[in-house]
Write a protein that binds this ligand. Sequence first.
Ligand SMILES: *Cc1c(COP(=O)(O)O)cnc(C)c1O
Length: 393
Amino acid sequence: MSTTPDNTSPEEKPSFGFSTRAIHVGQDPEPITGAVTVPVFQTSTFAQDAVGKHSGYEYARTGNPTRTALERAFASLEEASFGVDFSSGLAAEDAILRMLDPGDHVVIGNDAYGGTFRLISKVFGKAGITWSAHDLTDPAALAVSWLDKTKIVWLETPTNPLLNVFDIAAVAKVAHDNGALLVADNTFATPYLQQPLNHGADIVVHSTTKYLGGHSDTVGGFVATNEAQIDTHLRFIQNSVGAVRGPWDVYLTLRGAKTLAVRMDRHLANAAAVVDLLDGHEAVAQVMYPGLASHVGHEIAKKQMSGFGGMVSFRAAGGRDAAIRIIESAELFILAESLGAVESLIEHPGVMTHASAEGSPLEVPDDLVRLSVGIEDEADILADLAQALQAGC
Ligand SMILES: *Cc1c(COP(=O)(O)O)cnc(C)c1O
């Protein structure tokens, strides 16, 4: 790994394949000992050679070599010039939204992570930022109803929890034609399946808590961009506000991401089998998965993604109570919030992850069940889901 002060220098454009970059970029053997694995630099401060003369690292809020390794690796996965690691996905979103001034407006999709909506409406609302929710499947309608004060369009695709798919390039064009930035939350797709900057997004944000870390053992966020000015803003905010992670958590996330490609391939295969089981099952009214030919966003997903992801949602035919019976009958699928890790999870977005959207344009149906399909054996996943679905019949 590099201990040179290059944590603000642009990442080289990728020449290696995705998995090679995940394992090697920013992760050269440590120069003093030859350690093959990036060390956990568990230190808050760094010795200086002379007053004002340092190695590139001064104080660990500002920068830490373990963090630099992750930032270089993850930026390269998004084929981005710059990347910043944050203490959580929401801390990363907060740093992005601090680009706004009082009076500015944010357009948010009418289906998005509940916490993003809470941050924009309840926290930035108090700071004089306004917002409106739009159906981003119709970029032309967004252009017609455009408010001049809109500075950011916030898009998540596929969305959490309804698995809607939005056309990144089409929404980027509307945003850019009107002088706004497009932020894309790429948490569900991961850079393995979709690289929003290559479709016109200006900023990509991740909750690395999910697939990038992949093992339900850390909370983290990441922002990637090709704009030096945006990178400078993010680093200024992070250094001023302090939303950094300790090196141990950074190390775990970086280790997790080395296997992202192989994990995603298994997530995709298992999710496809789960969709086959759900589709047409008597306990299921509707399956939401971008890989289904019947999904309204299927063609867009095929255009901008190289696979349809490991998240599957469905509406229970028997309504809210049946949804809850199914969820509580699952045994291998663990009843828990979060997603994107090796183990399969099941949850009720209306009561759990998306409770903060109740009564808003982002409210989710109360018969909705969300699955994060893990990488266990397919037969075990299907057997558990089949027995849980019986409770909904
Ligand atoms: C979890 C999640 C977030 C928030 O990330 P945290 O790491 O929990 O702060 C943002 N966007 C999406 C799509 C998520 O699933």
